[in-house]
Ligand binder design. Structure first.
Ligand code: NAP
Length: 386
């Protein structure tokens, strides 16, 4: 009788495979902390709504550059204290932990002030404008002994715990390929933060950080990065495509764009099986385990939930209450390594933000400086980061 081929053996290995259940703790069980919100914009509203709906966390203060906006936000959500500056949030002795929800350009300064005031800090993604700022924030938090975390909310969602367990158990075999994208058609508006160079706008820091961070979680640190980019009309990056490798030679193929609605799906392909995550992969999403003949072996469908930001808040509260200085799910070293990748890409595309404390490093072979352009040869630069 002929022996089964290795490939047939793999089919048998995965035929009865099932996806593990997520181990994510209930957000409502996290210790209740007193939160102060800096910058009451769109995501701050979603964050406070999620906390109110799904956790025991208390939002006790909000600070805006304009007291009227702070008061309006406080009235909307029943927050007891409203301040007309971010600094005043830090003078409020009731505040245990600060959520920094300003545009990227403000993250470093506001998070640093919170750290120096002895507060734990959750900083919206992208963590900072560049790796230099990230490194300085991390050093400051460690010195002051406070908890610090990038609000990469995707990490803390239940379906990502399913993904991590699948990777830990080797269910996919050897992983060779990761694909992910995040793109949306942003209305060209020079006044919007997405297109504003001075606010560190652009596709990469706003949207591209999701696929880059996802690939980093799956593959570990990148050993090389090759990217091409096209600038938007204001000079920020409008679209970037990236091929990265890890030390083992696995590839990540990633895209981000402000020019169109992309699938926003993600996949991880191994020698035995593939995981597919529905779009948007960075929000609560279904995960499918796919066998070698494209057959669906098992699926995980998360419970319907409006308010996925509750999971990151619960993780921050659990860690800070336990005296941890960082989260194991989103370690500061990995946040820094992701910022270095984003720096490398920007360095090659010649994109610096006005007021950046230090420009991003320019990788080997880079061609710094390019004019805003259409997707032609102008504004499209390959790069190699080793
Ligand atoms: N996790 C997610 O799903 C998600 C989704 C969207 C955005 N984000 C992140 O959240 C952050 C904020 O994004 P957003 O969409 O909430 O932005 P937004 O709606 O424009 O709100 C940002 C707020 O920052 C304050 N701000 C401080 N300096 C500013 C300046 N120079 N120009 C404009 N506003 C300034 C403003 O509040 P005051 O003037 O009242 O202080 C403004 O309301 C970014 O880091 C972004 O990447 C995360």
């Amino acid at each position: 009788m002929p022996q089964p081929s290795q490939a047939e053996g793999h089919v048998q290995d995965t035929a009865n495979a099932v996806l593990p259940a997520p181990r994510t703790p209930r957000p409502r069980d996290a210790p209740a902390l007193n939160w102060g919100v800096m910058a009451p914009g769109g995501i701050a509203a979603s964050f406070v709504e999620a906390l109110r709906a799904h956790t025991e966390q208390r939002v006790v203060a909000v600070g805006s550059r304009d007291l009227r906006r702070a008061r309006a936000f406080a009235d909307r959500f029943g927050i007891p204290a409203a301040y007309g500056s971010y600094a005043e949030v830090l003078h409020d002795q009731d505040v245990d932990i600060v959520y920094v929800a300003s545009p990227h350009s403000g993250h470093f300064e506001q998070a640093l002030a919170a750290i120096e005031a002895g507060r734990h800090v959750l900083v919206e993604k992208a963590f900072t404008r560049n790796a230099d700022e990230a490194e300085r924030l991390i050093a400051a938090a460690r010195e002051r002994g406070v908890f610090l975390m990038e609000a990469m909310w995707t990490r803390f969602l239940p379906h990502m715990d399913v993904v991590r367990q699948v990777l830990e158990t080797g269910l996919l075999g050897e992983v060779h390929t990761v694909m992910a994208d995040h793109g949306l058609p942003a209305k060209p508006d020079a006044g919007h933060r997405l297109f504003a160079p001075e606010l560190a706008g652009g596709a990469l820091l706003d949207l591209g950080v999701y696929p880059v961070s996802f690939a980093s979680m799956v593959l570990g640190p990148f050993a090389s990065v090759t990217a091409v980019g096209t600038k938007a009309f204001t000079g920020v990056d409008g679209q970037v495509s990236v091929v990265a490798t890890n030390a083992g030679g696995a590839h990540a193929v990633l895209n981000t764009t402000l020019f169109g609605r992309t699938p926003t799906t993600a996949s991880i392909s191994g020698t035995r099986a593939r995981l597919e995550i529905d779009g948007p992969f960075y929000a609560p999403a279904a995960v499918r385990l796919i066998g070698p003949d494209h057959e669906v072996l098992d699926s995980f469908v998360p419970p319907r939930l409006n308010g996925g930001l509750c999971y990151e808040a619960a993780e921050a509260a659990r860690c800070a209450a336990a005296g941890a200085l960082e989260s194991e799910l989103m370690p500061l070293a990995e946040t820094l390594s992701v910022m270095r990748v984003l720096d490398g890409i920007r360095g090659d595309l010649g994109i610096t933000y006005p007021g950046e404390s230090r420009p991003p490093s320019t990788p080997l072979g880079a061609a710094p400086g390019c004019a805003p352009s259409t997707p032609s040869s102008q504004g499209v630069h390959p790069l190699h980061v080793l």
